[in-house]
Each structure stands twice: as C-alpha cells, then as structure tokens.
Design a protein around this ligand. Structure first.
Ligand code: CS2
Length: 476
C-alpha cells in the first residue's frame, strides 16, 4: 500500500483547541493525538486555529481538516493520512467562534504553537509587552482579539462566565520554561482586563511546560508532488517530516487529557533538563547551521552538513553546549550529538537555512547567548558561540558571500538596523546588541566577548567564512 489511511472514527467530538495551525503542529502534536485516540479512544478531535493565514485555513478546509504526512524514513518516504483535525478556524475571520470553542465544556485543553514572537513578551523578566500593537489592540477590543494571549484570555473569560471548569493550556514552542512563560503572560493580560478573571485562571488553569522535537521543513512543490504520487491524488495540505519525534511534558493538568504516553510522549515532573538540552544542542546547532548557510550561500541544512569543516564545527559546538548542561554525562551527550548530526544530514529533508535563520532576536538568547554567558562565567572558551553570533550579525547585514541580498526576517529588524547604523566601529555595533530586549546584557558588557565577536565578523568579511571556520576547527 502506498499510503496508510486514518483509522479514526467518522464521529469524533472536539476536546482540544490548538492555536497555530502550522506544519509543526500537524507533524507533531496532531500525530501524537491521533495515535493516542487510536490506542485508547477519547473525544480528542482538534479544532485548529490559523492565527493569521487565511490561505492555510482554506487549504485545510478543502479536505475537512484531513491531510497527508510524509515521513522521510531511511528506506524511503511513507505517507499517512491524518483526520484528527475536525474543525479549522481562521482567527482574523472568526474570533467569536474561537472564543466559543475555548469556552466549550467538552474542550479540556488548549495547545499552542505560535513561535517565539507569538508570546508578545519582552525583557529579562519575560513580561507581557504592553507596547506591542497587537496586545494594545486586544486590550481595547477583547472580543476581536488577534494575539495568542488576547484570544486565550477572551476565551477563558467566556468560559468562566458560563460556569465552566479550568483548562490545561499547553505551550509547544521552543522557549525555556514555556508553560511558565505562557502562564505569566496570560495572567498579566487577564489582570489588565479583569482582576477576578486573572485570579480564576490562576486557581483553575494549568500551564504545563513541554519540550517538543521534530524537524519539519515548510512544504515545497516537491512535497506536494511526492504526496500526489504516493496518494494517487493531489493534497494541497500535505507536509513532510523526519521519522524522529519526541515530546516531554510536565505532568500537571487541570482535567482530562489524551493518552499521549501511549503514543510515545514522556510525562515528567520537571521538563527543564530536557528543554535546555534540546534548545542548546539541537536548536543552538540549528541556528549556527542556518547562519553558516545563509552567509555562505548554501540553501539547506543538508548542504551545510556536506562541508566537512562545518560538520566538525557543529559537532564541536554541540560538545561545548553539552558542557553547559547540569547532569548530562559525557556518554549521553556523545550519543545525542551523533543522533543530531545524522538528523541534520538526512538527505531527504530539505530544511531551508532561511526558515531557521528568521527571528534570530527571539531565538539567539536561549540557544546561543545564555549558554555563552554560562561558559564565560565558568572560564570556558566560547569560540563557536562568538562565531554563531558573528554570523548572525553577517546575516543581519543582509548580503551573502556572493554579494546576493539575504531575505532577513526579524520582528526587531528596525531596532537591529538602528544599532548597526549608529556606529562604523564593529565592536560598538556588537556592544549595541546588548540593548535588544531578551539579549543577556551582561554578556555584551564584557569587552572580551564583544571584541571576539567583532573580530570574527571582520575576519569572515576579509577572508571568507570557510577560512575562518577552518582555522577554528584546526585549533580544536
Ligand atoms: C528550528 C526548529 O526553525 C527553527 O528555529 O531550529 O524549528 C527545529 O526544527 C525544531 O525545534 C526541531 O524540533
């Protein structure tokens, strides 16, 4: 059989609202939920909400939420159809329906994948950014909310008013202590509207932390062609992913949940060690790969991995990252590194460097800058960290080594450019990065770090990225 059809029943009530209908949700939480229902039953159909993209909502609706997932196994692609998404809403078109769903007594869970910037937070204490135009809009027009915190609070308000029970609200984004962050911004947003609502949320809702992992590139024309070959008909909602998947969840729920453990999820008391390991080793290496690729003119992760000096650099970087982790033993770290190298090298996965490079201001702190700061405080070397930061700066300067324009995308691009334009001296420009919210300022107050990054920006400009990487790799 060229494809595996979905085995879920035709009738399945909605028990989950998911905010952020991207490829990642469809390749990760939706798969765990479909598998959990298959194994243990339960009315856990998903109402998936596209936060912005009308186009995606329309494509998903064409087939009533069904879609194809291609898993790029070592022995070739395998397509399975999923039908766990039973309702698709587009937030800008129907905020009222999203609010209604969140307040539905049959719904026990809201899960979230809106990327780092969707949390609308700022500063080292990660407070709700009330200067964010979306948050300002939502505080003034709660029933027309467009932001993740805004729509959650509007839904919770209606839930409380209609006498509903508390909800479990599960963050699935790549942020440290993601549940704690989500709780903080939701409570702050609620408190600005209604202090009693904030208290009700605090007492009745739970925000478990979770670590999610599955490399899922944006679908391309090649994805759709492969899907139609395997399926025998077109599926404009098809996506592709790697075989690996992991989900570690804090066991702290307000009510019932799907039997995700039957689908391989791990429930633990403390997710932090898993999060730090994944953010610093996988995502940290990913950002280094992304900027190496963007500046060297290599389009995909697999292309970067083909350059032997880059591969050695990445392995070394992950070893350095492992040293910042509490309680990770050398053998486990070596095994994880080897597995990650293999995943990055998967020739069937066309993961674009620019997809990972975007939103660096939201990603670099937890992936590169905080672990760099930890290493410096312990008197350890930070070469690969300084290089990742220098390449991020090169990316932000907007030209690759062939002189082609780089399509930079970052919510703070305006502020970053102001910092770069404020001075001609590279070290002053680098020091200015310490003013970006979320960036560990103390790191950029250290002249040694600033000079190391500035020297690497200049050296890579003069001698080329490959020469700089070769020199670094030779010194290992
Ligand atoms: C990537 C992640 O785009 C990015 O920033 O580093 O999306 C990565 O692919 C996932 O976290 C893998 O689980």
């Amino acid at each position: 059989m060229s494809h595996i059809p979905s085995a879920l029943p035709a009738e399945l009530a909605i028990g989950i609202v998911h905010l952020g209908l991207g490829a990642f949700h469809r390749a990760h939480q939706a798969v765990y939920t479909e598998d959990a229902i298959q194994q243990a039953g339960g009315d856990w159909g998903i109402c998936a909400v596209a936060m912005r993209s009308r186009e995606l909502a329309t494509v998903m609706l064409e087939n009533n939420g069904r879609y194809s997932l291609i898993e790029q196994q070592a022995d070739g692609p395998e397509l399975r159809e999923l039908s766990v998404i039973r309702e698709v809403l587009c937030l800008p078109d129907s905020p009222g329906m999203v609010i209604q769903r969140i307040s539905d007594p049959a719904v026990h869970l809201v899960s979230v994948t809106v990327t780092e910037k969707g949390y609308c937070f700022s500063g080292p204490d990660r407070h709700l950014n009330t200067d964010d135009p979306l948050i300002m809009h939502d505080l003034a027009n709660p029933s027309q909310a467009r932001s993740m915190p805004g729509i959650l609070v509007a839904g919770l308000r209606q839930r409380r008013e209609s006498g509903g029970t508390g909800l479990s609200i599960l963050s699935c984004d790549n942020l440290p202590a993601n549940g704690k962050l989500l709780r903080q911004i939701v409570l702050s947003h609620a408190a600005l509207l209604d202090a009693e609502l904030a208290q009700w949320i605090e007492q009745n809702c739970r925000f478990p932390d979770s670590m999610v992992d599955r490399i899922t590139p944006a679908a391309t024309v090649a994805t759709l062609t492969l899907a139609s070959d395997l399926l025998g008909r077109a599926d404009p909602a098809a996506i592709e992913t790697e075989p690996f998947r992991q989900w570690v969840i804090e066991d702290d729920f307000a009510g019932p949940r799907p039997a995700w453990e039957k689908a391989g999820a791990q429930f633990v008391a403390d997710v932090a060690p898993f999060e730090d390991m994944k953010l610093r080793m996988l995502n940290g290496a990913h950002s280094l790969i992304a900027y190496l690729g963007a500046v060297s003119g290599l389009p995909a992760v697999r292309d970067v991995m083909q350059v032997s000096a880059y591969r050695t650099l990445l392995d070394h970087h992950m070893a350095m990252a492992a040293e910042t982790l509490e309680g990770m033993d050398k053998e486990d770290a070596a095994g994880y590194r080897a597995q990650l190298l293999e995943r990055f090298e998967n020739p069937a996965i066309d993961h674009r460097c620019l997809q990972i490079a975007m939103d660096g201001s939201q990603k670099m702190p937890q992936r590169i800058l905080t672990p760099a700061s930890i290493r410096l405080a312990r008197g350890m070397t930070v070469d690969t960290y300084a290089l990742a930061t220098a390449l991020w700066v090169r990316y932000l300067m907007g030209r690759d080594e062939q002189g082609a324009a780089i399509d930079c995308s970052d919510p703070l691009i305006g502020q970053l450019q102001l910092i770069f334009n404020a001075s001609d001296a590279m070290s002053q420009r680098i020091a200015g990065l310490g003013r970006i919210p979320g960036v560990p300022q103390d790191l950029f107050n250290q002249a040694h770090w600033v000079d190391q990054v500035a020297d690497l920006v200049n050296a890579s400009n003069t001698h080329g990225v490959r020469a700089v990487v070769s020199e670094l790799v030779d010194s290992i």
